[in-house]
Design a binder for this molecule. Sequence first.
Ligand SMILES: [Zn+2]
Ligand SMILES: [Zn+2]
Ligand SMILES: [Zn+2]
Ligand SMILES: [Zn+2]
Length: 315
Amino acid sequence: MGFELNRFQGEVDEELICPICSGVLEDPLQAPVCEHAFCKSCITEWISRQPTCPVDRQSVTSPQLRQVPRILRNLLSRLCINCDNAQHGCTRILKLDALAAHLEECEHNPKRPLPCEQGCGLIIPKDELKDHNCIKELRALIHTQQQKMNEFQQEINEQRFLLTEQRREMQLLKDFMRAMRISNPSMRAIADAMERDEALRWSNSLQRARVTRWGGMISTPDEILQRVIKRTLTEMGCPAHILDDLMENCHERRWPAGLCSLETRQNNRRQYESYVCKRVPGKQAVLVLACDNGHMAADMMVEPGLVMIFAHGIE
Ligand SMILES: [Zn+2]
Ligand SMILES: [Zn+2]
Ligand SMILES: [Zn+2]
Ligand SMILES: [Zn+2]
């Protein structure tokens, strides 16, 4: 559809009028031979019903339509037109080629999105503001969100169910493995080797730690401290089959003979520097793993290793 003629300032040349809609050409195209020009939307619709020029009935198809000459486009772009929102109070008169840009930002556009200032803060087309009811809108919003939450809740329940199922299956598998291991010596050897490999791989992935103050060692860490360290070990990917033993071995009651009392610890102080320690990221603690410490005296090491927690002095 072309632009209504009465929106323009002054005379508009006959050449710039669309013969189909009688408005000023919008986005014009012309027929190839007779060169009659029409709005793009007008001629496209026309051709879809009958493939001829509406003025002289010459045959025309859509792919044959062409751009109008530049002079015609220049004449069009220089026409002065009022804003689409004139009836809503816009008094701007613009060159036709500046109209689209103005409409983007015209503040008289009745559909311009505005925030509700009565408190709800929702963004609403300007013309709907007067009939807008904050409570009604917010209620609708709460309703849709409630529905979404219900859906999420259902999904969570479903996931929980699946998780329980999988846990059960895992437990079954574990029990089966354990039975195999007990009843079959070659199976036991394979499983032991797999566990050793896994522990070694994990140990190799960890960074070395340096203990600067061995005196900061906490020999009786409390429950909370132990839980924090255990969580960190889990996040570090500690193999499940050594996690609990490692954590048990963070307390002096489970330490090897050379470390188990204040007295033996003092006697063996010289040997501390020989420990290969691995870092526990972000924590004042180190891992002393048996697989890294084969060189230590037997009374200074336990399987699968131990966790040493410090008050300070870890780098
Ligand atoms: Zn037209
Ligand atoms: Zn024609
Ligand atoms: Zn305007
Ligand atoms: Zn509101």
